[in-house]
Design a protein around this ligand. Structure first.
Ligand code: FAD
Length: 475
């Protein structure tokens, strides 16, 4: 008899796990309380990038004359049409997932899933009777939801979560983005390009303050924000929010995370809207995990081993619900889903987090893979780091997108590429070459001696590699 696998949550973790388990011959049931595709398709990667595509096109229109084009009249965002396009992209993608479910004979149930006891899950649909799902293996993939500031919870109108910001019906005249991490910075550039006056408030001392992100990339992003008149307030946090007519008055104080660094006097900023993007919390409530005895860490994230199995035999967990100590990205959730499915139905798959490309859709984009200079140093490598500016290359000049730089961190002795850090045009596409290089243990010589087509953006990777060999062509 086929192994019965139940998957709770149909985001990029859950639906990939379900398909992989079905490919391996399991009898699979997927439970989802919302639309298939999860945060990624409905509230994250896809809708945000649809909006960014519009913002980028608008910016290009504003530069039309520079490119030898006369645009008659004013080009302005039409949020209703933008939202309609976003809905269409989501709908097409979700149909694709549902088609895959039926192709792989996966049973799909819409409703709230919970564990009843070992070997049994229950789905409560919005209408109708609860359905019991017996399972031999269970894969938990419930994801996360936006974290609110308890002192000023989301109201969907003025105090927004990222979900709310993806449904804006008009461009706010002014907005404060609380949190200068990945989501906050993407929204800051996007909203500024659409026409908002944007202020970003970050508790730490740089935009994108993640250990994996090279400080030089943060510096370029800060500089590009300045060029666009996005105000960036570091080492501060919001202490109070008062409603004042149709406006919000936000009082900012020093950051509790950097108590030694003074941020000056409390500051009051008046804005139309506040977008809170300070993190996410796990969707584990009400799932009955306590009935199985699944271990959570002190902050409520599910704990797993390298096979994605929890402390409870035959119960696996994947994706964002594992928290930031694993990497909270859609493509990571999908690989974890594959690993969990392969172990649930067979054995021997292990999750490897060493080569995970990160892609940030700011303007310009930021992308990274492997170790940063600091991380490589901490691990005892004797390294060299080489940088080339995009402005020195042909294709960025052709495109009129010259801001940014490419850096390769390599082992000084062997030339092995340890990390690649990009900030610049199409960085999120270019990082694929870096990921392959790190994964295959390639050296800067391998990359330099790989012929790259001209004029293209990837030439920058070849050029940095030549620089690391001391044979730079562009100086
Ligand atoms: P989710 O996608 O959150 O899916 C979990 C699913 O489980 C949800 O559909 C939920 O409804 C369902 N669920 C929860 N509890 C239950 C229950 N009890 N019963 C039934 N169903 C349940 N990542 C990238 O890699 N690239 C990006 O560009 C990117 N951009 C982002 C932009 C934004 C604004 C946000 C918020 C996130 C972004 N992410 C991005 C992160 C990405 O969305 C997540 O890493 C990814 O969605 C995690 O996948 P998951 O399957 O673990 O969880």
């Amino acid at each position: 008899m086929a192994i019965r696998v139940a998957v709770i949550g149909a985001g990029p973790g859950g639906y990939v796990a379900a398909i992989r388990a079905a490919q391996l011959g399991a009898e699979v049931t997927v439970v989802e309380r919302d639309n298939v595709g999860g945060t990624c398709l409905n509230w994250g990667c896809i809708p945000s990038k649809v909006m960014i595509a519009t913002a980028e096109m608008l910016e290009k229109c504003h530069r039309a004359l520079e490119f030898g084009l006369k645009l008659e009249g004013k080009v302005t965002p039409d949020m209703q049409r933008l939202m309609a396009r976003k809905a269409k992209v989501i709908q097409d993608q979700s149909k694709g997932i549902l088609d895959l479910f039926s192709h792989h004979k996966i049973r799909y149930l819409r409703g709230e899933g919970a564990v009843d006891k070992s070997g049994l899950a229950v789905v409560r649909p919005e209408h109708g009777e609860a359905v019991e799902i017996p399972w031999d293996k269970l894969i938990l993939a419930p994801g996360t939801q936006p974290f609110a500031f308890p002192a000023f919870p989301f109201d969907g109108e003025q105090i927004l979560s990222s979900n709310d910001a993806l449904c804006l019906q008009e461009v706010p005249a002014s907005i404060m983005v609380l949190g200068g991490g990945v989501i906050g910075c993407e929204f800051a550039f996007l909203l500024s390009a659409l026409g908002s006056r944007v202020t970003v408030v970050e508790a730490l001392d740089r935009p994108l303050p993640l250990p994996s992100i090279d400080e030089a990339c943060s510096r370029v992003i800060e500089r590009e924000m300045k060029k666009r008149k996005i105000k960036f307030l570091l080492r501060r946090t919001a202490e109070r929010v008062e409603r004042n007519g149709g406006k919000l008055r936000v009082t900012l104080g020093p950051s509790p995370l950097l108590p030694d660094l003074m941020a000056g006097e409390p500051l009051e900023v008046e804005v139309d809207k506040l977008l809170v993007s300070i993190g996410r919390r796990p969707n584990t409530g009400g799932m009955g995990l306590d009935k199985l005895g699944v271990n959570l860490d002190a902050r409520g994230w599910i704990e797993v081993d390298e096979r994605m199995e929890t402390n409870v035999h035959d119960v696996y967990a994947i994706g964002d619900v594992l928290g930031p100590s694993k990497i909270m990205l859609a493509h990571v959730a999908s690989v974890e889903g594959r690993v969990a499915a392969e172990n649930a139905v067979g054995s021997g798959a292990v999750m490897d987090y060493r080569v995970v490309p990160g892609a940030i859709f700011t303007m310009p984009e930021v992308a990274n893979v492997g170790l940063s200079e600091a991380q490589a140093g901490e691990r005892g490598f004797i390294i060299r780091a080489d940088t080339v500016l995009f402005r020195t290359m042909g294709k960025p000049q052709v495109m009129g997108e010259i801001a940014g730089e490419a850096k390769i961190v390599s082992d000084a002795e062997t030339g092995r590429i340890l990390g690649v850090h990009l900030v610049g045009p199409h960085a999120t596409d270019l990082i694929a070459e870096g990921a392959l290089a790190v994964k295959l243990g390639a050296t800067v010589k391998d990359l330099a001696e790989t012929i790259h087509a001209h004029p293209t953006l990837p030439e920058v990777m070849m050029e940095v590699s030549y620089k690391a060999l001391g044979r730079s062509l562009c100086g």
